[in-house]
Design a protein around this ligand. Structure first.
Ligand code: ADP
Ligand code: 5GP
Length: 211
């Protein structure tokens, strides 16, 4: 069967563990998945590298990418722009890889509108207190920024039911396998296998005609 890549959006509250999950999923199943690297105007956190976590660019450069149609979608999130470069995503899907976009909810809904077959996954911690603990424990943002991110989480919680699956990130190891199982299960949905169904129908007709 000719396997076509699935476009997957992973969203979730800041601090829910999306980045950690994605890193682990890609290290376990490197040949199956490709993770899109977004462009952003926010500054790199300690340890982040240009071209690895993000393409860190200026507002001017970002606006040029928008004008040239080089982004599949983009959104503003807590004072900065974030967007998905088109070229890499299209190339990886053509090569049969499942492509993951780790993006926030406004972007997720834009992608779903432009590509209705997109699989939408929402990652959440087991409870709200754990979310705050993870954000504080990560130690990468000031208390003010953490507060903005928790405020934003309240808004994002309203959109959770637009997603196809809710994934609770409690035990990391179990969560990675849960996500992999859900995505691979998606490949068997009949609407994702139209070419196969068409071919087998035609072959059956041919067999029937041979007698
Ligand atoms: P996000 O990308 O969603 O903002 P991160 O991946 O940066 O979140 O995770 C936020 C913090 O929570 C990090 O310090 C990370 O090590 C921790 N974390 C992630 N997943 C888990 C988990 N399942 N259990 C406990 N801590 C976790
Ligand atoms: P962070 O600053 O924590 O890396 O990311 C902030 C938020 O922006 C997260 O919810 C993340 O998923 C989202 N994000 C990252 N890249 C993109 C993107 O290309 N497009 C959109 N719409 N959101 C993104």
């Amino acid at each position: 069967m000719n396997r076509k890549g699935i476009l997957i959006v992973v969203s979730g509250f800041s601090g829910s563990g999306k980045g950690t999950l994605m890193k682990e999923l890609l290290s376990r199943y490197a040949d199956t998945y490709a993770l899109s690297i977004s462009a952003t105007t926010r500054s790199p956190r300690e340890g982040e590298e240009h071209g690895r976590e993000y393409f860190f660019i200026t507002k001017d450069e970002f606006e040029k990418m928008i004008a040239k149609g080089e982004l599949i979608e983009y959104a503003r999130y807590v004072e900065n722009y974030y967007g998905t470069p088109r070229e890499y995503v299209e190339k990886m899907l053509d090569e049969g890889r499942d492509v993951i976009l780790e993006i926030e909810i406004q972007g997720a809904l834009k992608v779903k509108k432009a590509f209705p077959d997109t699989l939408l996954l929402f990652v959440t911690p087991p409870d709200a207190t754990e979310l705050k603990n993870r954000l504080v424990g990560r130690g990468t943002e000031t208390l003010d920024v953490i507060k903005s991110r928790l405020d934003r989480a309240c808004e994002e919680a309203e959109g959770m039911d637009s997603y196809d699956y809710l994934i609770v990130n409690d035990d990391l190891n179990e969560c990675v396998e849960k996500m992999h199982t859900i995505i691979q299960g998606e490949h068997h949905r009949s609407f994702r296998n139209k070419a196969f169904m068409k071919e087998i129908k035609e072959d059956l007709q041919r067999l029937k005609g041979e007698d």
